[in-house]
Design a protein around this ligand. Structure first.
Ligand code: 5GP
Length: 105
């Protein structure tokens, strides 16, 4: 399977502004921000879409929510949107699951 653009960023092949990383996820600034703060929370595991999430991935999905909480505290934002676009018809462009963290409206 071809590496996704996000895996290439994790592997250091493509530059990105990294806001946070741990053993399960990386958080980068979106290249085309749709809000004053627009981050992408991306699991290291290259799951293509939300529809491909299995039972064993559920702790990882929970972790993403915990990371969103951490980012809100770190960036001192009072509210945010956490969005997953699922599938081509859901507006997904990069087929490596990720959550948009949008704040500062
Ligand atoms: P999707 O539409 O798949 O939910 O969102 C993909 C997001 O990835 C878009 O908001 C797009 O701007 C962002 N993106 C695509 N390529 C790159 C890249 O090379 N670097 C960064 N930082 N963001 C990217």
């Amino acid at each position: 399977m071809e590496k996704s653009i996000f895996t290439r960023i994790m592997d250091g092949e493509i530059p990105a502004r990294i806001e946070y990383e741990d053993e399960l996820v990386i958080v980068i600034h979106d290249i085309a921000p749709k809000a004053p703060t627009h981050l992408l929370i991306i699991p290291r595991k290259p799951i293509p879409t939300l529809m491909d999430v299995s039972e064993e991935d559920l702790p990882l999905i929970g972790h993403i929510h915990k990371v969103a909480q951490l980012l809100a505290k770190k960036l001192e934002v009072k509210g945010f949107r956490l969005i997953n676009n699922c599938g081509k018809e859901g507006g997904q462009e990069v087929f490596h699951i990720h959550y948009h963290f949008l704040a500062g409206f």
